[in-house]
Design a protein around this ligand. Structure first.
Ligand code: SAH
Ligand code: SF4
Ligand code: F3S
Length: 487
């Protein structure tokens, strides 16, 4: 029996990739363990979006080197976005890393390779049994695709299309998350990105856009809902350029097909693009409120037309506000969240104030805000990083401080309301954690049996990041008996 452990950094695309691989490895008979110390195969799924994200991952990689001393048989792999563009450096800098496989490479080759790794780990574990300290430390495998093509592998080569893998998310969740957590599923509806925003490394790490077919996505959602998933997350870097490879159906048609599936589950998605989103997406969301969550994450990046142009984000503040208007009109209770970058090269005080003005106009429920981080290969890289660090820091802090005030006002509106929440888990505080359809956290008292169910909570206090409430149904049975939805 081979034990596997994944450390996943980055966005939901990485979560989806890790879960797909965990599921594949479990189908090969592996067991997911809760710590790297117990694992025979450790995979680090990496993010390159900002220098800090990379740095964190490099530190972790350094830390796990010691695990190979007592257990030399352990295989360590680096996958994902950093692996896509720094593989040589990773091999050179970390001699304990056995393989590197990038996010844009052919997954079928990787599956064949992993099958071989597992076969070899099984053999080693049988052969050395209680003498694992004597196993010779395996070397580095270089270019995985070439290795697979050369057929110098012990295992068999398999032929899967990405969509054909026998995913079994129930196993992923039981083993990696523990029984007392709601089952969420993360499904890539497309990979890659063609937008080349001038600051962004994703098109380089994940390659060109490629959509999966609605048939495959719908089948997978149906299967995972049958297996217990209560929240389905559809993932793409720009979901509005989704196009079914078989018949060209659009993202709103995909949403509609998923929303029509039977079962009690919620659907969320990230991220739409303000240049491409069409009103039918908002109309479809409004049409299926029981399934399609009341939440739109609409990345702004900057509230100045000059900076948006320099960022190669081809929309204006006016167009962005038009999209916000559609959401406010068709989904009046929806939460809106966003991503904002401060300190992009050339951003002056007036540009920054433009961003602040959009924040005031939209009244976001939450923002993810970042200091611009120059990334090699991107077109903005050659502009340097002219905005002084203290200015960037000050802009970020002021913006975050104001956003906290806005969050409090937004959340206060929910005091006294009854919210339908999906119960996620028990927190260290002893309270249950639930989330509203708008993705707002709710703390309340209740039984473990409620975890993974939908229930009603009366909101009696709102804070900046959490709501506090009172459970309206005491048991999971009561909850099942009540199907009324309050929004
Ligand atoms: N595809 C999504 C973004 C994915 S990356 C979209 O277009 O909205 C998530 C967020 O990271 C981006 O929205 C952006 O705000 C931030 N980001 C990307 N590159 C960055 C960089 N070089 N420096 C700082 N933040 C960055
Ligand atoms: Fe990056 Fe822009 Fe693509 Fe988003 S749309 S992943 S920010 S290039
Ligand atoms: Fe990071 Fe790659 Fe996602 S760079 S944000 S993990 S697409």
């Amino acid at each position: 029996m081979v034990n596997i452990f994944f450390k996943t950094y980055g966005c939901q695309a990485n979560i989806a990739d890790s879960e797909g691989l965990i599921s594949y490895l479990q189908d090969l008979g592996c067991t997911y363990v809760r710590s790297a110390e117990e694992a025979d195969l450790i995979m680090v799924n990496t993010c390159a979006i900002r220098a800090k994200a990379e740095q964190k991952m490099f530190t972790y990689l350094g830390e796990i080197a010691k695990l190979t001393k007592a257990r030399p048989h352990v295989r360590i792999g680096v996958i994902g976005c950093v692996a896509s563009y720094r593989s040589k450096e990773l091999y050179k800098r970390f001699s304990h890393v056995n393989f590197v496989f990038g996010a844009r490479e052919d997954i079928r080759a990787f599956h064949s390779y992993l099958m071989d790794v597992i076969t070899s780990l099984e053999t080693i574990k049988q052969h050395y049994a209680d003498n694992m300290g004597n196993v010779p430390r395996p070397g580095q495998d270089g270019n995985i695709k070439k290795l697979v093509e050369s057929k110098k592998l012990a295992g068999k080569t398999i032929r899967f299309k990405p969509g054909e893998i026998a995913y079994n998310m129930r196993k992923v969740h039981q083993q990696s998350k523990g029984p007392l957590e709601v089952q969420k599923s993360y499904i890539n509806i497309m990979t890659g990105c063609n937008n080349y925003c001038s600051y962004c490394i994703v098109p380089f790490t994940r390659g060109r856009e490629q959509s999966y077919s609605i048939k495959y996505i719908v089948d997978r959602v149906a299967r995972e809902v049958t297996q217990g998933a209560k929240e389905v997350n559809l993932i793409g870097q720009n979901v509005n350029s989704y196009s079914d490879p078989d018949d060209g159906r659009s993202f709103s048609q995909l949403l509609e097909a998923v929303a029509q599936l039977p079962g009690e589950f919620w659907v969320r998605y990230v991220s739409p693009h303000p240049k491409d989103i069409t009103i039918d997406v908002v109309e479809t969301m409004a049409k299926y409120p029981e399934k399609l969550c009341d939440w739109v994450h609409l990345p702004l990046q900057a509230g100045s037309n000059t900076i948006l142009e320099a960022m190669k984000r081809p929309y204006t503040v006016k167009r962005y506000m038009e999209v916000v208007g559609w959401i406010r009109k068709h989904m009046p209770k929806a939460t809106i969240t966003t991503d904002i970058i401060v300190g992009f090269p050339g951003e002056n005080q007036e540009d920054y104030e433009g961003t602040r003005a959009v924040m005031e106009d939209v009244q976001y429920d939450h923002i993810f805000s970042f200091i611009y981080s120059p990334r090699k290969y991107t077109t903005a890289y050659k502009l340097g990083d002219p905005c002084p660090p203290e200015v960037k820091q000050q802009r970020l802090m002021a913006l975050q401080k104001r956003q906290k005030e806005i969050c409090l006002v937004r959340n206060k509106r929910l005091e006294g309301s009854i919210q339908r929440v999906l119960v996620e888990k028990r927190q260290a505080s002893g309270k249950l954690l639930g989330r509203t359809s708008g993705n707002i956290r709710v703390n309340f008292d209740g039984d473990d049996a409620l975890i993974g169910t939908f229930t009603q909570v009366q909101i009696d206090r709102a804070g900046i990041a959490n709501l506090e409430g009172l459970l309206l149904h005491k048991t999971a049975e009561d909850n099942l008996a009540n199907t009324q939805i309050t929004r």
